[in-house]
Design a protein around this ligand. Sequence first.
Ligand SMILES: *Cc1c(COP(=O)(O)O)cnc(C)c1O
Length: 432
Amino acid sequence: MKTSTSLFEKAKRLIPGGVNSPVRAFRAVDSTPIFISRASGSRIYDVEGKEYIDYVSSWGPMILGHSHSEVIRAIKKAAERGTSYGAPTDAEVEMAKLITEAFPSIEMIRMVNSGTEATMSAIRLARGYTNREKIIKFEGCYHGHADSLLVKAGSGVATLGIPGSPGIPEKLAELTITLPFNNIETVKSAVDMYGEDIACIIVEPIPGNMGVVHPIPGFLEELREITESHGILLIFDEVITGFRLTYGGFQNIAGIEPDLTCLGKIIGGGLPVGAFGGRKDIMEKLAPTGPVYQAGTLSGNPLAMAAGITTLKILKENSGYENLDWKTDYLCQEMKKLFDQKGIPIRINRAGSMFTIFFTENEVLHFDSASKSDKKLFESYFREMFANRINIAPSQFEASFLSFAHRDEDIEITLNACAKALENLPSPSINP
Ligand SMILES: *Cc1c(COP(=O)(O)O)cnc(C)c1O
């Protein structure tokens, strides 16, 4: 029988670290990954047949739950008509219409194949449009692995403690100014100093990649004002938050219109997708209407469009966000009670159906405070939850996600698992 252990051994000989994306290797929790054979609804199954309640959600996309019947049917139907044409299709127009209708700030959109491609292209477009070279990003925000953006990034880079990455030319990294999230004064000073050279500010409006962190009141509003008055483009990276918190983006909730928006994850319904869009006068600078080059052999792929369109239509028609929000709130509150009873200080940051438990007593408002979290304790917690068949991200700097497929029963099982896990955690007095 194939086991996760045997597959991992084989994988490590053929694939660096045995995985095609670093955090999947479970290194931060000093474990080895399970290999998945299938997933359905709220559950995911490994090759040994073990069943887990899944809160990783493929790192965000699976808001309808795994292998949703309508999405699968749409993919099958599309596949029967061919898998790629390298020519425009009706589905791409429909996808563009759905996205532009859901986001008031997006007048035009272009599809790509990943979130990384979306942010990378948006940055190039911002530089091409403004004729400026520098960009501002925030520490702990992750925008994919493009060279300009892999400076003090969150997610796997934070998990593995990599400050930047070899292979990124220093001359390029110098063009990226990295500032602490939620600190508008540092933005003002940077803009005072380099204003004329700054093409864009890119931000996750609610970061999910240092764990979930909320913008303090006024932070995003001030970013909008400062960028507008200095001819800097504001880019919201809503790759996670797009269609996660409401039908549209966090920008709809915040009432702020960025110049450009990056999307991915949910809009692909579990297939490889990204997109970037925004103001028409900026988007028309892209080839073939403009000089900024950007292209993709598989962009707007018919299978990905079918999965994405079906997902968005279901989200639009059923609009169950309120219920999802309520369910997640209940789970978080009950978990907090369990930790309180055990005397382990934690902070749960939640936005809609995404949340992170930080093992710290202090408020988490930026990467500095997130990284003060007790990672050893997180590691123990992760292992205990995993042993109790609850699949959460193997890193302190990630979010957990609920889906529409998570039922009350799943929540209760999760709470029981949490209570059991806490019995086996070292009590805080022993833990340094
Ligand atoms: C996941 C993510 C990306 C990168 O998307 P990929 O599809 O993994 O390339 C970019 N930005 C944010 C906010 C993300 O969460």
